[in-house]
Write a new protein. Structure first.
Length: 209
């Protein structure tokens, strides 16, 4: 685990512990390896898709992340049809962006009942993996999206080059490990181009773990 990951996990513990008097010096900030931008999508049919994507805030320190995270709604409280996206600054949460167009996403599909028990934990743990550079191939990671949908929520972790199989698989395995997903459950990787070209209800997985 990287130094950033340790810093973030340590602060996660401190924020969660309301019973102890934790002394934190907020004048000293712990820089992240990358600057990240949080986006919010809400579908308005009178607006273009790009205008429906709203850039909320960017952060590049551990402390600024927690300040933002603790002042927004958790994913489980968002309205149906909305998304949160967290991407490296300069990358838009859309397939057509230059950083994304050759890539794909690891897709985690949740049952409706998991919104109460698992959604927020999964989303936070994925964010911590991203900003803490927890993957050996973190340079390949572009961002992540959580979709709030009536039939079942989805979380996707986006990478930039679907042809780099070893890197893609390492990210998928680490993702399962960090989320404590059972080995009995398979998660799949969709190439963006295949998803855009699909004619059925789901595109074929290019990788699975």
């Amino acid at each position: 685990m990287s130094t950033n990951s340790l810093d973030i996990e340590n602060e996660k513990s401190e924020y969660k512990d309301d019973n102890e008097n934790v002394s934190m010096d907020y004048s000293i900030k712990h820089p992240l390896q990358n600057c990240w931008t949080l986006w919010y999508f809400e579908n308005d049919r009178n607006q273009s898709w790009e205008k429906n994507q709203r850039e909320i805030a960017s952060f590049d320190t551990v402390e600024d992340f927690w300040s933002l995270y603790n002042h927004i709604k958790p994913a489980s409280e968002l309205k149906q049809g909305t998304d949160y996206s967290l991407f490296k600054k300069g990358i838009r949460p859309m397939w057509e962006d230059a950083a994304n167009k050759k890539g794909g996403r690891w897709l985690i599909s949740l049952e409706k009942k998991q919104r109460t028990n698992d959604l927020d934990r999964y989303w936070l743990d994925i964010i911590l993996c991203l900003i803490g550079e927890a993957f050996e191939n973190s340079d390949e990671v572009c961002g992540a999206v959580v979709n709030i949908r009536y039939k079942g929520d989805k979380i996707g972790v986006w990478t930039g080059d679907a042809s780099k199989g070893a890197a893609v698989l390492e990210i998928g395995r680490k993702l399962k490990e960090r989320l404590h997903i059972s080995n009995r459950i398979t998660i799949g990787y969709e190439v963006h181009k295949d998803t855009m070209d699909k004619t059925g209800s789901s595109s074929k997985y290019s990788y699975s773990v």
